[in-house]
Design a protein around this ligand. Structure first.
Ligand code: GMT
Length: 379
């Protein structure tokens, strides 16, 4: 198949899922065309089946807000026509689903019928999407998509709750993990450098947006650190980083916390870690937690959104109410204090991650493409 993929090219989870899916499909022999404003971060190698088409947004003094959605729709028309794509798969509804709808309508005037699949990832529904500013457009473009998927059962229900006029059937296809990349690697020397006295290593990775509650990460760590010799690694960058750094100083733990910024080889950092912290306000799935589990790192998370579909309470980690810093710290100490218990949680985390493999999930997308393409040809 010739598949067009639209996504955000940044470090965000939706872009990662879209890129990894595209790479895997290309390895299966499909021709994959990424259409986005920058080279996706994980698309860092050459393959004969992978193509990248940049969306250039021209600047003009009148455009206080350059119309990216129009530039994207135009680029999609161009790519679908000239590369003869079979299907467009857009990740993150805003503005990708509506741009794809517009492209589809324009292509119809050339006699080209291109089916569109929209994958809902999380904040496109739970934060930005349900904002009244975008709600009618999001509702419309979901209903107009030929296929709609969501990354968890919870996100599917959120979509119906927040968008009462959405009538489209939503298929749940969970996020997946490439176990060839994400596995525990022998990085003893790195562990020794970070924790020379054998301290336990806690880790958090995100885009440091408000929804991630990074201050809670620092507060949980400060509590744990009172009872368990430990270090905290903070991976990523974003609006709340400076505040979290200040909080670490205020709580007197800055000497044990390292802010590493954006990192490509997250799996190496996870490989030396003992516990992953994800106290998010909302989380449709929690891909970063799955990456941690694949590297044998148990997870202390909030019980919000799709997290209970991934993190099994008392088995792969613990789940507590959003904002329950004390409860999360208590469970972290409980896991870290006993070496046998910690090892059991590590084993369980890996076993759970193995149920979300790329090999299991990719064929589900493949069959969906086939079904949607066949359906659109029969119309
Ligand atoms: O987590 C983020 O803020 C990034 C965001 C994105 O769309 O780039 O992630 C969302 O999609 C991921 C991939 O499907 C999910 O694993 C994340 O849980 C989800 N984030 C939220 O719901 C906050």
């Amino acid at each position: 198949m010739k598949i067009g993929i639209v996504c955000y090219p940044t470090f965000g989870g939706s872009g990662v899922v879209a890129t990894e899916l595209g790479k895997a499909l290309a390895a299966r022999g499909h021709q994959i065309h990424f259409v986005t404003y920058n080279q996706p971060v994980r698309l860092d190698f050459f393959s004969e089946n992978l193509f990248y088409h940049e969306v250039a947004v021209s600047k003009y003094p009148l455009f206080e807000y350059p119309p990216y959605e129009l530039a994207l729709a135009s680029r999609l028309v161009d790519v679908v026509r000239f590369e003869k794509l079979d299907v467009l798969h857009v990740h993150y509804a805003i503005p990708h689903a509506s741009a794809a709808f517009m492209a589809k309508q324009i292509l119809a005037t050339y006699g080209i019928h291109i089916p569109v699949i929209t994958t809902l990832h999380g904040t496109d529904i739970t934060l930005v999407g349900k904002d009244r500013t975008y709600q009618p457009v999001v509702t419309f473009s979901i209903n107009q998509s030929d296929g709609v998927t969501s990354v968890s059962e919870h996100l599917k229900q959120d979509t119906y709750n927040f968008f009462p006029e959405v009538t489209k059937d939503i298929k749940v296809i969970p996020n997946f993990i490439d176990l060839e990349r994400f596995n525990q690697k022998p990085k003893g020397h790195f562990k020794k450098a970070i924790a020379p006295e054998g301290e336990k290593i806690l880790v958090h990775a995100s885009n440091f947006r408000r929804v991630k509650r990074v201050n809670d990460v620092v507060r949980i760590f400060a509590e744990v650190n009172k009872q368990v010799p430990s270090k905290l690694l903070m991976v990523g960058d974003g609006q709340d980083r400076a505040e979290a750094e200040q909080l670490a100083r205020d709580l007197g733990v800055n000497g044990s916390v390292r802010f590493l910024g954006k990192q490509d080889a997250v799996e190496e950092i996870l490989s030396v870690s003992d516990l992953f912290l994800m106290p998010s306000q909302s989380e449709s799935f929690g891909l970063a937690a799955l990456e941690a589990m694949a590297c044998q790192v148990p997870v202390i998370s909030s019980n919000t959104g799709g997290l209970p579909e991934l993190n099994v309470d008392g088995v792969t980690g613990y789940l507590k109410d959003v904002g329950d810093v004390q409860g999360m710290a208590e469970k972290a100490v409980y896991i870290l204090q006993d070496e046998n218990r910690l090892n059991q949680f590590k084993t369980n985390a890996l076993a759970r991650a193995q149920t979300f493999t790329l090999a299991n999930i990719m064929p589900v997308y493949e069959s969906l493409y086939e079904e949607i393409i066949a359906g659109s040809k029969s119309v």
